[in-house]
Design a protein around this ligand. Structure first.
Ligand code: SF4
Ligand code: SF4
Length: 321
């Protein structure tokens, strides 16, 4: 019931722009598949300056933002709760966290649940087991669930985990946590993922094939820079996850959102915000006079959902037989 309340809350958060803010590249875990530099430490002073500058530049746009707080591990930053309190006076937030730090308890107490669109609690099973933090993760989950936060649990489908995927699905299911395996994007054993997944691995992780198309968008229309963007630890703001793309601002100056949509030039889309925030994509299509494309998009999404349901039914039917 509390999870349902959380989900309904997400629909109520209404914002014009989503900005993914990499608050720090430091993290308390050391996952095998992590591409971040190890031993990075939090620069407290730099973070605090960044924070006040960022709030100033987003307020100058006269738009309502949802700031998606990400990293690294955001809760490793000592003053993160003060920052979130400040942002949520006017804007919304969402978070990516590994849910393994005690600061989550302070977050649950101090931050207005109505200002939090969702929490993506990425579950790094092997690393948590290794460090004896699995129970902390589960306790933090229970606390957030009891306070009706909208939580989503994602697990990276790292190929060596494939044989244990069903065990973990069941283990967490029994604790009331419905985990969701997300594709691993990167190299493992000389192979390039997600393309290298075998049929068996996809089945074990229950990854639906059409969902892989989210990551291949070259030549397709995208609202990056129009109503979503990324803010890096150094204060630069870019339209999408490709850091070398032309900046659309900095936290020290201003944000200049694009006034039209772009065509994706990249082979791989590492962070398909257009798919995670379909309402923003739809708004951008309407506002730029692409209603025909919008109709196509809605029909395509419906067809895709229908296709996903069929796959799911077939999978269940196979179990029954
Ligand atoms: S929790 Fe995330 S940021 Fe931290 S080591 Fe693991 S993958 Fe990297
Ligand atoms: S890679 Fe960037 S431009 Fe391409 S679809 Fe993804 S977000 Fe859009």
């Amino acid at each position: 019931m509390n999870l349902l309340k959380g989900l309904l809350r997400k629909q109520k958060c209404s914002f014009d722009v989503r900005l993914d803010w990499f608050v720090t590249m430091a993290c308390n875990l050391r996952c095998d598949y992590c591409t971040l530099e190890k031993n990075t430490v939090v620069d407290k002073k730099h973070f605090e300056t960044m924070c006040s500058n960022l709030i100033r530049v987003i307020d100058k746009t006269n738009k309502i933002f949802k700031i998606n707080i990400t990293g690294g591990e955001p809760f490793i930053v000592p003053s993160i709760i003060d920052t979130l309190e400040e942002i949520t006076k006017k804007h919304f937030i969402s978070l990516n966290t590994n849910l393994s730090l005690d600061r989550i308890k302070e977050f649950a107490k101090r931050i207005d649940v109505n200002k939090v669109s969702f929490i993506n609690a990425s579950l790094h099973i092997k690393e948590l087991e290794k460090r004896g933090l699995l129970n902390t993760y589960i306790e933090n989950f229970c606390l957030l669930r009891d306070r009706c936060f909208n939580i989503n649990f994602s697990v990276v489908s790292f190929p060596p985990l494939a044989n244990e995927a069903s065990h973990y699905l069941q283990f967490f299911n029994e604790k009331g946590i419905r985990i969701n395996f997300v594709p691993f994007l990167g190299q493992y054993n000389g192979k390039e993922y997600p393309n290298a997944y075998t049929k068996q691995e996809l089945e074990r992780f229950k990854i639906q094939l059409p969902r892989l198309s989210y990551y291949f968008r070259k030549g397709k229309i995208c609202n990056a820079g129009y109503n979503f963007a990324f803010c890096w630890e150094d204060g630069n703001i870019t339209p999408c996850l490709y850091k070398n793309m032309k900046k659309i601002g900095t936290v020290d100056t201003r944000i200049e959102l694009r006034d039209d949509l772009m065509v994706c030039p990249y082979d791989m889309c590492g962070c398909p915000i257009w798919a995670y925030e379909p309402v923003l994509l739809m708004k951008s299509l309407l506002k730029t006079g692409r209603s025909t494309y919008l109709i196509y998009y809605i029909l395509y999404s419906k067809a895709k959902n229908f296709y996903l349901k069929i796959i799911d039914l077939l999978r269940k039917a196979k179990k029954w037989i």
